[in-house]
Design a binder for this molecule. Structure first.
Ligand SMILES: Cc1cc2nc3c(=O)[nH]c(=O)nc-3n(C[C@H](O)[C@H](O)[C@H](O)COP(=O)(O)O)c2cc1C
Length: 286
């Protein structure tokens, strides 16, 4: 898959046709799960494709302000709750979103607000946790699709699209040198270089409320991902966000050249001066 192209093309859709997608597309998606990218392949993960009835079944358990998105299908990732299982679920979920985008299907991540209730309603086995939920299908063509206009958590407006696109982190504000706050000047790199494309792809990643509360540091041959404290994003959604952005970065880099070990989760030995409350989610050797 061309991750740079898919990452820059993808956008959330919240108005879907009721008509289910083709069986052949559902099979392609399920088969892709068997071979998709994983951060921690040793963590047991499973997917379920839920139908339109999940809209009622999950109302109150998922969505901003428990507002579920109506869609013909939902992709649910369940996982064994090992260390970093949510980063892993974010990474896997976003690779499946890339696959959906390649198949010209639309999607939207949905936050999980009550996982214990969800576990009961969906009869999820005791040893597995609901980890990620993504609505998908064909977008409506009758109405213009909608984008969120997020002013604050209590002031979210779903706007008809009129050229409005969720604003994203600019690469020069998102990537620092090994000194926090000092821009690494990524925009000066050739536009077809692996590093330029990988950071652009990471900056296009979907995130909870589009807050993108993370930055990157480029220290010689190492890229660090740093999550910033943010009052609105729960720890679970922060960890999903991190996995999602890591997927955009790694997928794009690895379209150019193979990686030695991909993302390593946690902080490297070297100490970095990062803001209070921020944490290093992982690092990637380029
Ligand atoms: C972890 C996570 C949870 C999300 N939860 C919701 C949600 O419950 N409802 C919703 O409409 N969008 C949700 N989104 C989608 C974001 O609002 C969307 O990605 C963001 O506004 C950026 O827009 P874009 O995806 O078009 O780039 C979620 C995204 C992530 C990554």
């Amino acid at each position: 898959m061309n991750y740079y192209e898919l990452a820059t093309k993808r956008e959330s859709t919240r108005s879907f046709k009721k008509k289910p997608v083709l069986d052949r597309q559902l099979s392609e998606l399920k088969n892709y799960f068997g071979e998709c990218r994983r951060l921690l392949p040793e963590i047991k993960t499973e997917i379920q494709i839920l139908g339109a009835e999940a809209y009622r079944n999950l109302t109150g358990c998922a969505g901003y302000h428990s507002f579920m998105i109506e869609a013909p299908h939902y992709l649910l990732i369940t996982s064994s709750p090992s260390d970093h299982y949510l980063e892993n679920a974010g990474y896997i979920g976003e690779d499946l979103v890339m696959k959906l985008t390649e198949m010209e299907l639309e999607s939207c991540w949905i936050t999980l607000t009550n996982t214990s209730e969800m576990k009961m309603r969906l009869s999820i086995p005791e040893d597995m946790e609901p980890a990620a939920l993504i609505a998908f299908g064909n977008a409506t063509t009758m109405l213009p699709s909608s984008r969120l206009d997020i002013k604050s958590v209590s002031d979210i407006i779903i706007k008809k699209r009129t050229g409005f696109v969720a604003t994203k982190l600019e690469v020069d504000h998102a990537v620092y040198t090994d000194t926090w706050g000092e821009s690494a000047g990524i925009s000066a790199l050739p536009i077809n270089s692996s590093l330029y494309q990988a950071f652009i792809a990471a900056c296009c990643a979907p995130s909870f409320l589009n807050l993108q509360s993370y930055r990157f540091m480029l220290d010689k041959d190492k890229v660090l991902m740093v999550t910033l404290p943010d009052d609105l994003t729960t720890s679970s959604d922060s960890r999903l966000n991190a996995g999602i952005a890591m997927l955009h970065f790694a997928g794009t880099m690895e379209n150019h050249h193979a990686s030695k070990g991909g993302w390593v989760l946690g902080a490297p030995e070297k100490q970095y001066d990062i803001p209070e409350g921020a944490s290093i989610d992982g690092y990637y050797a380029i």
